[in-house]
Write a protein that binds this ligand. Structure first.
Ligand code: GMT
Length: 379
Protein backbone atom coordinates (compact mmCIF):
# COMPACT_ATOMS: atom_id res chain seq x y z
CA UNK A 1 0.00 0.00 0.00
CA UNK A 2 1.07 3.61 -0.50
CA UNK A 3 0.39 5.26 2.85
CA UNK A 4 0.65 8.91 3.93
CA UNK A 5 1.38 9.44 7.64
CA UNK A 6 0.69 12.76 9.35
CA UNK A 7 1.99 13.34 12.88
CA UNK A 8 3.61 15.82 15.20
CA UNK A 9 7.33 15.43 14.48
CA UNK A 10 8.42 16.31 18.03
CA UNK A 11 9.72 14.23 20.94
CA UNK A 12 6.20 13.31 22.12
CA UNK A 13 4.95 9.73 22.17
CA UNK A 14 2.50 10.18 19.30
CA UNK A 15 5.31 11.20 16.93
CA UNK A 16 7.39 8.26 18.11
CA UNK A 17 4.52 5.82 17.55
CA UNK A 18 3.76 7.24 14.09
CA UNK A 19 7.42 7.08 13.08
CA UNK A 20 8.04 3.55 14.37
CA UNK A 21 4.81 2.41 12.71
CA UNK A 22 5.82 3.93 9.36
CA UNK A 23 9.28 2.38 9.52
CA UNK A 24 7.90 -1.07 10.34
CA UNK A 25 5.28 -0.80 7.58
CA UNK A 26 8.05 0.09 5.13
CA UNK A 27 9.96 -3.05 6.17
CA UNK A 28 6.79 -4.98 5.34
CA UNK A 29 6.87 -3.64 1.79
CA UNK A 30 4.57 -0.63 2.04
CA UNK A 31 5.54 2.75 0.61
CA UNK A 32 5.46 5.34 3.39
CA UNK A 33 5.21 9.11 3.04
CA UNK A 34 5.57 11.19 6.22
CA UNK A 35 3.91 14.56 5.74
CA UNK A 36 4.59 17.09 8.49
CA UNK A 37 6.34 20.39 9.28
CA UNK A 38 9.65 18.89 10.40
CA UNK A 39 11.40 15.59 9.95
CA UNK A 40 10.12 13.36 12.81
CA UNK A 41 12.80 13.05 15.50
CA UNK A 42 13.12 9.29 15.31
CA UNK A 43 13.06 9.21 11.53
CA UNK A 44 16.73 8.69 10.85
CA UNK A 45 16.25 6.29 7.98
CA UNK A 46 15.05 7.62 4.66
CA UNK A 47 15.10 4.72 2.21
CA UNK A 48 13.59 3.87 -1.15
CA UNK A 49 10.17 3.34 0.41
CA UNK A 50 10.30 5.89 3.25
CA UNK A 51 9.81 9.49 2.21
CA UNK A 52 9.44 12.75 4.07
CA UNK A 53 7.55 15.76 2.70
CA UNK A 54 7.77 19.03 4.57
CA UNK A 55 4.73 21.24 5.04
CA UNK A 56 5.73 24.87 4.70
CA UNK A 57 3.49 27.59 6.00
CA UNK A 58 4.19 30.78 4.04
CA UNK A 59 4.31 33.85 6.28
CA UNK A 60 1.70 36.38 5.24
CA UNK A 61 1.75 39.55 7.37
CA UNK A 62 -1.97 39.78 6.66
CA UNK A 63 -2.65 36.72 8.79
CA UNK A 64 -2.42 37.20 12.52
CA UNK A 65 -2.06 33.38 12.84
CA UNK A 66 -0.49 31.39 10.01
CA UNK A 67 -2.98 28.69 8.92
CA UNK A 68 -1.16 25.35 9.33
CA UNK A 69 -4.25 23.19 8.63
CA UNK A 70 -4.73 24.97 5.32
CA UNK A 71 -1.11 24.40 4.31
CA UNK A 72 -1.31 20.78 5.45
CA UNK A 73 -4.52 20.02 3.57
CA UNK A 74 -3.08 21.54 0.36
CA UNK A 75 0.11 19.52 0.81
CA UNK A 76 -1.94 16.37 1.36
CA UNK A 77 -3.83 16.99 -1.89
CA UNK A 78 -0.55 17.45 -3.79
CA UNK A 79 1.13 14.41 -2.24
CA UNK A 80 -1.86 12.10 -2.78
CA UNK A 81 -1.87 13.07 -6.46
CA UNK A 82 1.88 13.03 -6.99
CA UNK A 83 2.61 9.75 -5.19
CA UNK A 84 -0.74 8.09 -5.83
CA UNK A 85 -1.27 7.55 -2.12
CA UNK A 86 -4.05 5.09 -1.33
CA UNK A 87 -4.73 5.88 2.32
CA UNK A 88 -3.80 8.51 4.93
CA UNK A 89 -3.13 7.75 8.59
CA UNK A 90 -3.32 10.87 10.73
CA UNK A 91 -2.24 11.01 14.36
CA UNK A 92 -4.44 13.39 16.37
CA UNK A 93 -7.93 14.56 15.51
CA UNK A 94 -7.04 18.22 15.51
CA UNK A 95 -5.64 19.59 13.42
CA UNK A 96 -4.64 16.49 11.43
CA UNK A 97 -7.97 14.72 10.89
CA UNK A 98 -9.52 18.11 10.26
CA UNK A 99 -6.97 18.79 7.49
CA UNK A 100 -7.30 15.26 6.09
CA UNK A 101 -11.06 15.70 5.80
CA UNK A 102 -10.58 18.90 3.79
CA UNK A 103 -8.00 17.20 1.55
CA UNK A 104 -10.38 14.31 1.00
CA UNK A 105 -13.16 16.67 -0.08
CA UNK A 106 -10.85 18.63 -2.40
CA UNK A 107 -9.64 15.42 -4.03
CA UNK A 108 -13.18 14.15 -4.46
CA UNK A 109 -13.86 17.19 -6.66
CA UNK A 110 -11.18 15.80 -8.95
CA UNK A 111 -12.61 12.28 -8.84
CA UNK A 112 -9.95 10.92 -6.42
CA UNK A 113 -11.04 8.92 -3.37
CA UNK A 114 -8.70 8.90 -0.37
CA UNK A 115 -9.86 7.39 2.93
CA UNK A 116 -8.17 8.39 6.16
CA UNK A 117 -7.62 6.66 9.49
CA UNK A 118 -7.41 8.80 12.63
CA UNK A 119 -5.53 7.68 15.71
CA UNK A 120 -6.41 9.39 18.99
CA UNK A 121 -3.49 9.81 21.35
CA UNK A 122 -4.99 11.54 24.31
CA UNK A 123 -4.12 15.17 24.57
CA UNK A 124 -6.64 16.09 21.87
CA UNK A 125 -9.34 14.27 23.81
CA UNK A 126 -8.65 14.59 27.50
CA UNK A 127 -7.06 18.02 27.60
CA UNK A 128 -7.72 19.99 24.43
CA UNK A 129 -10.76 18.22 23.05
CA UNK A 130 -12.84 18.48 26.18
CA UNK A 131 -12.41 22.25 26.13
CA UNK A 132 -15.79 23.42 24.79
CA UNK A 133 -14.07 25.69 22.28
CA UNK A 134 -12.61 22.77 20.30
CA UNK A 135 -15.36 20.25 20.94
CA UNK A 136 -17.29 20.71 17.66
CA UNK A 137 -14.09 20.43 15.57
CA UNK A 138 -12.91 17.30 17.40
CA UNK A 139 -16.33 15.63 17.22
CA UNK A 140 -16.66 16.42 13.52
CA UNK A 141 -13.13 15.19 12.73
CA UNK A 142 -13.67 11.89 14.51
CA UNK A 143 -17.12 11.24 13.07
CA UNK A 144 -15.93 12.00 9.55
CA UNK A 145 -12.81 9.83 9.65
CA UNK A 146 -13.08 6.61 7.65
CA UNK A 147 -11.73 4.67 10.63
CA UNK A 148 -10.76 5.69 14.15
CA UNK A 149 -8.37 4.10 16.61
CA UNK A 150 -7.51 4.90 20.22
CA UNK A 151 -4.29 3.86 21.94
CA UNK A 152 -6.01 2.39 25.02
CA UNK A 153 -9.39 1.17 26.27
CA UNK A 154 -9.36 4.07 28.70
CA UNK A 155 -8.94 6.64 25.91
CA UNK A 156 -11.76 5.01 23.95
CA UNK A 157 -14.04 5.29 27.00
CA UNK A 158 -13.03 8.92 27.58
CA UNK A 159 -13.73 9.77 23.95
CA UNK A 160 -17.16 8.16 24.04
CA UNK A 161 -17.94 9.92 27.33
CA UNK A 162 -16.78 13.39 26.27
CA UNK A 163 -17.98 13.54 22.65
CA UNK A 164 -21.04 12.55 20.68
CA UNK A 165 -19.33 9.81 18.67
CA UNK A 166 -21.14 7.95 15.91
CA UNK A 167 -18.10 6.08 14.67
CA UNK A 168 -16.71 2.78 15.93
CA UNK A 169 -13.44 3.27 17.82
CA UNK A 170 -10.94 0.43 17.47
CA UNK A 171 -8.43 0.07 20.27
CA UNK A 172 -4.95 -0.54 18.88
CA UNK A 173 -2.49 -0.05 21.69
CA UNK A 174 0.88 1.59 21.43
CA UNK A 175 3.78 -0.75 20.90
CA UNK A 176 7.47 -1.18 21.34
CA UNK A 177 10.19 -2.59 19.14
CA UNK A 178 11.83 -4.89 21.66
CA UNK A 179 14.88 -5.35 19.46
CA UNK A 180 15.82 -1.73 20.32
CA UNK A 181 15.78 -2.51 24.03
CA UNK A 182 18.26 -5.23 24.69
CA UNK A 183 18.09 -6.34 28.31
CA UNK A 184 21.82 -6.49 28.80
CA UNK A 185 23.10 -3.40 27.04
CA UNK A 186 26.77 -4.06 26.56
CA UNK A 187 27.97 -0.49 26.80
CA UNK A 188 25.66 0.87 29.48
CA UNK A 189 28.33 3.19 30.94
CA UNK A 190 26.45 3.26 34.24
CA UNK A 191 29.61 4.35 36.01
CA UNK A 192 29.44 7.74 34.29
CA UNK A 193 26.15 8.49 36.02
CA UNK A 194 26.31 6.91 39.48
CA UNK A 195 28.39 4.81 41.83
CA UNK A 196 27.70 1.07 42.26
CA UNK A 197 25.88 1.74 45.56
CA UNK A 198 23.52 4.34 44.11
CA UNK A 199 20.16 3.49 42.55
CA UNK A 200 19.27 5.33 39.36
CA UNK A 201 15.74 6.71 39.06
CA UNK A 202 14.57 8.14 35.76
CA UNK A 203 11.80 10.31 34.36
CA UNK A 204 11.31 11.15 30.68
CA UNK A 205 8.72 13.61 29.38
CA UNK A 206 8.06 17.01 27.88
CA UNK A 207 7.84 18.51 31.40
CA UNK A 208 4.32 19.80 30.91
CA UNK A 209 2.21 20.46 34.05
CA UNK A 210 0.20 17.26 33.29
CA UNK A 211 3.38 15.26 34.12
CA UNK A 212 3.41 16.55 37.74
CA UNK A 213 7.14 17.17 37.68
CA UNK A 214 7.16 18.50 41.29
CA UNK A 215 5.80 15.14 42.51
CA UNK A 216 8.77 13.46 40.86
CA UNK A 217 11.21 15.70 42.72
CA UNK A 218 9.38 15.12 46.02
CA UNK A 219 9.32 11.32 45.54
CA UNK A 220 13.02 11.37 44.77
CA UNK A 221 13.68 13.53 47.84
CA UNK A 222 11.92 10.93 50.05
CA UNK A 223 13.77 8.01 48.46
CA UNK A 224 17.09 9.82 48.64
CA UNK A 225 16.68 10.22 52.43
CA UNK A 226 16.70 6.41 52.78
CA UNK A 227 18.68 5.07 49.84
CA UNK A 228 21.70 6.46 47.98
CA UNK A 229 20.22 7.43 44.63
CA UNK A 230 20.41 9.75 41.63
CA UNK A 231 17.59 11.10 39.51
CA UNK A 232 17.86 11.43 35.71
CA UNK A 233 15.44 14.01 34.35
CA UNK A 234 15.21 13.62 30.58
CA UNK A 235 13.35 16.15 28.42
CA UNK A 236 12.59 19.83 28.21
CA UNK A 237 9.49 21.84 28.95
CA UNK A 238 7.74 24.52 30.95
CA UNK A 239 8.18 22.91 34.40
CA UNK A 240 11.94 22.41 34.20
CA UNK A 241 13.02 25.65 35.85
CA UNK A 242 10.60 25.20 38.74
CA UNK A 243 11.86 21.65 39.19
CA UNK A 244 15.47 22.79 39.35
CA UNK A 245 14.51 25.41 41.90
CA UNK A 246 12.77 22.81 44.08
CA UNK A 247 15.84 20.54 43.91
CA UNK A 248 17.94 23.49 45.06
CA UNK A 249 15.56 24.22 47.98
CA UNK A 250 15.49 20.56 49.05
CA UNK A 251 19.30 20.32 48.87
CA UNK A 252 19.32 17.49 46.33
CA UNK A 253 20.46 19.40 43.24
CA UNK A 254 23.82 17.57 43.11
CA UNK A 255 22.06 14.24 42.76
CA UNK A 256 19.55 15.30 40.13
CA UNK A 257 20.80 15.39 36.56
CA UNK A 258 18.80 17.31 33.98
CA UNK A 259 19.81 15.74 30.70
CA UNK A 260 17.61 17.80 28.35
CA UNK A 261 16.26 16.24 25.16
CA UNK A 262 18.07 13.09 24.30
CA UNK A 263 18.16 10.66 21.42
CA UNK A 264 19.79 8.08 23.67
CA UNK A 265 16.71 7.02 25.59
CA UNK A 266 17.58 3.32 25.35
CA UNK A 267 21.04 3.98 26.79
CA UNK A 268 19.62 6.01 29.69
CA UNK A 269 16.97 3.39 30.44
CA UNK A 270 19.58 0.68 30.25
CA UNK A 271 21.23 1.91 33.47
CA UNK A 272 18.00 2.89 35.23
CA UNK A 273 16.57 1.00 38.22
CA UNK A 274 13.17 2.70 38.46
CA UNK A 275 10.96 4.91 36.29
CA UNK A 276 8.58 7.56 37.68
CA UNK A 277 5.36 8.60 35.91
CA UNK A 278 3.01 10.28 38.40
CA UNK A 279 1.02 12.11 35.65
CA UNK A 280 -2.33 13.79 36.17
CA UNK A 281 -3.57 11.85 33.15
CA UNK A 282 -1.96 9.67 30.51
CA UNK A 283 -3.85 8.03 27.66
CA UNK A 284 -1.28 5.24 27.51
CA UNK A 285 2.12 6.16 28.95
CA UNK A 286 4.48 5.13 26.17
CA UNK A 287 7.44 6.35 28.24
CA UNK A 288 6.56 3.78 30.92
CA UNK A 289 6.36 1.03 28.30
CA UNK A 290 9.76 2.05 26.92
CA UNK A 291 11.16 1.84 30.45
CA UNK A 292 9.63 -1.59 30.98
CA UNK A 293 11.08 -2.80 27.68
CA UNK A 294 14.48 -1.99 29.17
CA UNK A 295 13.59 -3.96 32.28
CA UNK A 296 12.83 -0.91 34.43
CA UNK A 297 9.91 -1.12 36.91
CA UNK A 298 7.49 1.79 37.10
CA UNK A 299 5.99 3.87 39.92
CA UNK A 300 3.02 5.68 38.42
CA UNK A 301 -0.35 7.21 39.02
CA UNK A 302 -3.36 4.99 38.35
CA UNK A 303 -5.06 7.24 35.79
CA UNK A 304 -6.04 6.87 32.14
CA UNK A 305 -4.43 4.03 30.24
CA UNK A 306 -1.51 3.52 32.64
CA UNK A 307 -3.14 0.55 34.46
CA UNK A 308 -3.35 -1.21 31.09
CA UNK A 309 0.45 -1.05 30.92
CA UNK A 310 1.83 -1.00 34.49
CA UNK A 311 0.58 -3.92 36.61
CA UNK A 312 0.12 -3.33 40.33
CA UNK A 313 2.68 -5.23 42.43
CA UNK A 314 4.11 -6.98 39.36
CA UNK A 315 5.82 -4.46 37.10
CA UNK A 316 5.68 -1.64 39.66
CA UNK A 317 3.02 0.15 41.68
CA UNK A 318 0.18 2.57 40.94
CA UNK A 319 -1.23 5.22 43.32
CA UNK A 320 -3.81 7.97 43.20
CA UNK A 321 -2.66 11.15 41.48
CA UNK A 322 -0.68 13.29 43.94
CA UNK A 323 -0.17 10.56 46.55
CA UNK A 324 3.54 11.28 46.82
CA UNK A 325 3.89 9.51 50.18
CA UNK A 326 2.58 6.19 48.87
CA UNK A 327 4.61 6.48 45.66
CA UNK A 328 7.75 7.16 47.73
CA UNK A 329 7.11 4.14 50.01
CA UNK A 330 6.57 1.87 47.00
CA UNK A 331 9.71 3.16 45.30
CA UNK A 332 11.75 2.45 48.44
CA UNK A 333 10.15 -1.01 48.73
CA UNK A 334 11.30 -1.93 45.21
CA UNK A 335 14.74 -0.36 45.44
CA UNK A 336 15.74 -1.51 48.93
CA UNK A 337 16.14 -5.19 48.19
CA UNK A 338 18.38 -6.47 45.39
CA UNK A 339 16.43 -9.68 44.79
CA UNK A 340 13.09 -7.87 44.79
CA UNK A 341 14.40 -5.26 42.35
CA UNK A 342 15.66 -8.04 40.08
CA UNK A 343 12.22 -9.69 40.09
CA UNK A 344 10.39 -6.42 39.30
CA UNK A 345 12.84 -5.75 36.47
CA UNK A 346 12.21 -9.19 35.03
CA UNK A 347 8.42 -8.76 35.29
CA UNK A 348 8.59 -5.34 33.61
CA UNK A 349 10.46 -6.80 30.67
CA UNK A 350 8.02 -9.71 30.36
CA UNK A 351 5.00 -7.38 30.39
CA UNK A 352 6.52 -5.17 27.66
CA UNK A 353 6.67 -8.17 25.31
CA UNK A 354 2.85 -8.15 25.13
CA UNK A 355 3.13 -4.81 23.34
CA UNK A 356 5.72 -5.94 20.85
CA UNK A 357 5.59 -4.19 17.48
CA UNK A 358 5.16 -7.56 15.75
CA UNK A 359 1.83 -8.09 17.52
CA UNK A 360 0.45 -4.58 16.93
CA UNK A 361 1.45 -3.45 13.43
CA UNK A 362 -0.56 -6.23 11.70
CA UNK A 363 -3.66 -4.75 13.37
CA UNK A 364 -3.05 -1.44 11.60
CA UNK A 365 -2.42 -3.25 8.31
CA UNK A 366 -5.72 -5.11 8.67
CA UNK A 367 -7.55 -1.87 9.46
CA UNK A 368 -6.06 -0.11 6.40
CA UNK A 369 -7.17 -3.00 4.17
CA UNK A 370 -10.69 -2.98 5.58
CA UNK A 371 -10.94 0.82 5.32
CA UNK A 372 -9.76 0.76 1.70
CA UNK A 373 -12.24 -1.99 0.88
CA UNK A 374 -15.09 -0.06 2.48
CA UNK A 375 -14.20 3.20 0.76
CA UNK A 376 -14.08 1.45 -2.65
CA UNK A 377 -17.45 -0.14 -1.94
CA UNK A 378 -18.95 3.33 -1.26
CA UNK A 379 -17.63 4.80 -4.57
O1 GMT B 1 2.20 13.17 26.93
C1 GMT B 1 2.49 14.09 26.18
O2 GMT B 1 2.63 15.21 26.60
C2 GMT B 1 2.76 13.84 24.72
C3 GMT B 1 1.60 13.19 24.02
C4 GMT B 1 1.91 13.11 22.53
O3 GMT B 1 1.26 13.78 21.78
O4 GMT B 1 2.79 12.37 22.15
O5 GMT B 1 1.42 11.88 24.55
C5 GMT B 1 0.17 11.26 24.35
O6 GMT B 1 0.31 10.24 23.36
C6 GMT B 1 1.23 9.18 23.72
C7 GMT B 1 1.31 8.22 22.54
O7 GMT B 1 0.09 7.63 22.26
C8 GMT B 1 0.76 8.50 25.00
O8 GMT B 1 1.66 7.48 25.37
C9 GMT B 1 0.66 9.53 26.14
O9 GMT B 1 0.13 8.89 27.28
C10 GMT B 1 -0.26 10.67 25.72
N1 GMT B 1 -0.22 11.74 26.72
C11 GMT B 1 -1.27 12.07 27.47
O10 GMT B 1 -2.34 11.48 27.42
C12 GMT B 1 -1.07 13.18 28.44
Amino acid sequence: MRIGIVCYPTFGGSGVVATELGLELSKRGHEIHFITYNQPVRLDLISHNVHYHEVNVPEYPLFHYQPYELALSSKLVDMVKLHKLEILHVHYAIPHAYAAYMAKKMLLEEGITIPFVTTLHGTDITLVGSHPFYKPAVTFSINNSDAVTAVSESLKEDTLRLFDIKKEIHVITNFIDNTHYKFAFTDCQRGMMATDEERIITHISNFRPVKRIMDIIKIFYNVHKEIPARLMMVGEGPEREKAEQLCEELGIIDDVIFLGRSNEIDKILCFSDLFLLPSETESFGLAALEAMASGVPVISSNTGGIPEVNIQGVTGFLSDVGNVEEMSKNAIYILKDNERLKQFKKNAKTQSLKFDIMNIVPKYEALYKETLKNSKAVV
